[in-house]
Design a protein around this ligand. Structure first.
Ligand SMILES: *Cc1c(COP(=O)(O)O)cnc(C)c1O
Length: 372
C-alpha cells in the first residue's frame, strides 16, 4: 500500500469540474487584483469564523507580518511567542526589527504554556502570538487576560486552525487579530499561496487593508509604508469552492483521529506511542495528527519503506536556529520544545483516507515495535 502524508489529488478529483468552472469564470472576467471574488471570500471566511472583518492577503506569513504592522510593532519592540512552530511565526516579528521572546510549550497540546507568559512580558512587549498548533486552539482565556492587563495585543497564529474552536467560538475571534494560511497543505488550501487576517476591530481591519496595498487607502496617496500582499482572485475563486466543503473534511479528519485512537489501543501501542491530547473545551480540526513516539527516526524510515508518508513538524526549535543565534538562547532553555522536536511524528489524517488505510498505518507501526 502507498499512503502519502497528504493526498490532494483525490480531493481535487471530487470537485474538479466546479473548480475549473470557477477558474474559467475568473479568467473570462480578467480581473485578477482584489475585486469581487476576493471580497466574497473575505466575507465568507469572516462569516465562517464569526468575525466582522476579513482581509485577504498573499500568504499566512504576510498575514502575520501585516497583523503585527497593524498593531504598530516596530524596531525595538518585543513580541512573545513559542519556539515550537513554523518559522513564519517568529520570522514576521524579526522582519519588523522587533525581538521574538520565546516561552515554552505545554508538553501535551504543544501550545503556549500560559503560566510562563506573565514573566516574559516587559514594558517593551507590544504583542503576543499564540499558535494554534496542528489544529487545536491555545489557552486563549489565560493569554488574553494577561495581555489585556499588560496592554499587549494578541495575534492568533491560526494558520493551521481554520474551523478549530474553543468553548464554542472559532479561531479567528479569540484574540485582537487572527492569521490564516491557505497554503495547499492547510485544511482550507488554495492552489498556491494565500492568506487572510480576521478581526472584530474595524480600525485594525482597515489598517491591514491599507498596509497590504503599500499603505494607501486612496490610490497614489500613501499614509504608511506598507507592502504588496494581496490575495489573488484566482485563489479566491478556488477557495470559495473549497470553503463549502471545509466542515465536512474537518469532520472526516476528526473521525479518522478517533479511529486511530481505537486502533492504537487495539494494537496495545499506547505505551510506545502518545496520541494527541485535546484540551477541555477545544474543538480540534487535526490539520496534523501528531504522535509522540519512541525511536522516532527509525520508525519514520520503516514507515517510508512500507509506503506510509510521515513528516516531522518541526525538527528544530526556533531558538536553536542559526539565524536566531544572536538572541542568545542556549540548548536547554525550553525543555518541552526541545523534547518535542526529538519525538513528534505526524501521520496521514486527510479526509479521504479509507479505513483500510488507517488500519494499514497502525499495523505497520505495530510491526515496527514488534521488531524493536
Ligand atoms: C503555514 C503556517 C504559516 C505560514 O503560512 P504560509 O501561508 O505558508 O505563509 C505560519 N504559521 C504556521 C503555524 C503555519 O502552519
Amino acid at each position: 500500500m502507498n499512503i502519502p502524508l497528504l493526498d490532494l489529488k483525490t480531493q481535487y478529483q471530487s470537485m474538479r469540474s466546479e473548480i475549473l468552472a470557477a477558474i474559467e469564470a475568473t479568467c473570462d472576467e480578467q480581473g485578477f487584483i482584489l475585486g469581487p471574488r476576493v471580497v466574497a471570500l473575505e466575507q465568507a471566511v469572516a462569516k465562517y469564523v464569526g468575525s466582522t472583518h476579513g482581509v485577504g492577503v498573499a500568504s499566512g506569513s504576510d498575514a502575520l507580518l501585516l497583523a503585527l504592522m497593524a498593531l504598530g510593532v516596530k524596531a525595538g519592540d518585543e513580541v512573545v511567542t513559542v519556539p515550537f512552530t513554523f518559522f513564519a511565526t517568529a520570522g514576521a516579528i524579526s522582519r519588523l526589527g522587533a525581538k521574538p521572546v520565546f516561552i515554552d510549550i505545554l508538553p501535551d497540546t504543544y501550545n503556549m504554556d500560559p503560566a510562563l507568559l506573565e514573566q516574559a512580558v516587559t514594558a517593551r512587549t507590544k504583542a503576543i502570538i499564540p499558535v494554534h498548533l496542528f489544529g487545536q486552539c491555545a489557552d486563549m482565556e489565560t493569554i488574553n487576560e494577561i495581555a489585556h492587563r499588560r496592554r499587549a495585543g494578541v495575534i492568533e497564529d491560526a494558520c493551521q486552525a481554520i474551523g478549530a474552536g474553543r468553548h464554542g467560538r472559532r479561531a479567528g475571534v479569540l484574540g485582537d487579530l487572527a492569521c490564516f494560511s491557505f497554503f495547499p497543505s492547510k485544511n482550507l488550501g488554495g492552489f498556491g499561496d494565500a492568506g487572510m487576517v480576521t478581526t472584530n476591530d474595524q480600525t485594525l481591519a482597515e489598517s491591514v487593508a491599507m498596509l497590504r496595498v503599500h499603505g494607501s487607502r486612496v490610490r497614489y496617496v500613501h499614509e504608511a509604508i506598507g507592502i504588496n500582499s494581496r490575495l489573488d482572485a484566482l485563489q479566491a475563486a478556488i477557495l470559495l469552492v473549497k470553503l463549502k466543503r471545509l466542515d465536512q473534511w474537518a469532520e472526516a479528519r476528526r473521525r479518522n483521529a478517533a479511529r486511530y485512537g481505537q486502533l492504537f489501543q487495539d494494537e496495545k501501542l499506547l505505551d510506545r506511542v502518545s496520541l494527541p491530547v485535546v484540551d477541555a473545551g477545544n474543538h480540534h480540526v487535526f490539520n496534523q495528527f501528531t504522535l509522540r513516539v519512541q525511536k522516532r527516526d527509525e520508525l519514520r524510515a520503516f514507515l517510508k519503506d512500507h509506503g506510509v508518508g510521515t513528516e516531522v513538524y518541526y525538527p528544530r526549535p526556533l531558538h536553536l536556529q542559526n539565524c536566531y543565534r544572536e538572541l542568545g538562547y542556549e540548548k536547554g532553555a525550553f525543555p518541552h520544545s526541545e523534547r518535542a522536536v526529538e519525538e513528534v511524528l505526524s501521520i496521514p489524517i486527510y479526509a479521504e483516507l479509507t479505513d483500510e488505510q488507517l488500519q494499514y498505518v497502525v499495523h505497520t507501526i505495530a510491526a515496527f515495535y514488534r521488531r524493536h
